[in-house]
Design a protein. Structure first.
Length: 259
């Protein structure tokens, strides 16, 4: 990633942080590839956690940047659900994904809000400066794999995603996520009682499976409640582990959902 593009990204984040500028939301209307640097940002969060709204705000700013190589995803975990407020976006699968990261990092447990950039850097999700620095590092070198995705309808509530990733290494894992770009919840109980929480790029569907290069197809079932015009597909290839160094991201791409 060139110094010029990195500088534009930093200026975009500064505008979001100060409130002095509105940065267009990153969207794609055609298959995307990741031959240059990419930054996949995963936030593990919960509506039941009082420390999470500031991290949700950070992820929201990242999701609204105009830099296409930044891929923001909010994974809502379920281990807060028994403490007063069940998060409607939470799933046990998201919790298990976070625990897989804990094993890959060699840490003892999980927490919210946790942000992970590039599959290798993890920190408290509300730390905007750490997030910005980690993203700049991720964008500073080309992706290992050029990934392209093409979703097309395969039923009333399903899409088939065709994936091309020539050169993907053996053992790579393909992650496919359908994210809802914008959502809000009026929380009535728990630590955030009385607040209206705003979310960005909430993971509504997630599928992870071993990938055999150079190409493949995966069918994803869509929840009926998902607004098709307010969602997009984010795909990324990842190593399953790297000796307590996390699970490095190899490449990423995004595409609009078909109508």
């Amino acid at each position: 990633m060139s110094a010029k593009v990195t500088a534009i990204f930093l200026l975009a984040l500064a505008g979001c942080r100060s409130g002095s500028a509105t940065v267009p939301e990153a969207r794609a209307d055609e298959p995307a590839s990741s031959s240059k640097g990419v930054a996949v940002v995963e936030l593990f969060t919960s509506e039941g956690c009082s420390s999470c709204p500031p991290a949700d705000d950070v992820l929201g700013d990242l999701a609204r940047t105009s830099e296409r190589p930044v891929y923001a995803l909010a994974f809502h975990v379920d281990y807060w659900d028994d403490l007063g407020w069940p998060d409607r976006f939470a799933s046990h699968e998201n919790t298990m994904r976070q625990r897989a990261y804990a094993r890959a990092f060699g840490t003892g447990g999980v927490y919210t809000p946790q942000m992970i950039v590039g599959g290798t850097e993890q920190f408290t999700g509300s730390d905007r400066d750490r997030a910005t620095a980690a993203i700049v590092r991720a964008l500073s070198h080309p992706a290992d794999v050029e990934l392209a995705v093409r979703p097309h309808p395969s039923g009333p509530d399903a899409v088939t995603v065709d994936v091309d990733a020539p050169g993907a290494p053996s053992g790579a894992v393909l992650n496919l996520a359908i994210v809802e770009r914008s959502a809000s919840t009026s929380v009535r109980a728990g630590e955030n009682a009385g607040k209206t929480l705003r979310h960005a790029n909430v993971v509504r569907v997630f599928r992870a499976a071993p990938f055999r290069a150079p190409a493949g197809s995966v069918v994803l079932q869509l929840p009926p409640s998902l607004p098709r015009d307010g969602a997009e597909l984010i795909a990324y290839l990842q190593q399953s582990s790297s000796d307590h160094g996390g699970m490095p991201i190899l490449g990423a791409a995004r595409a609009q959902l078909p109508h």
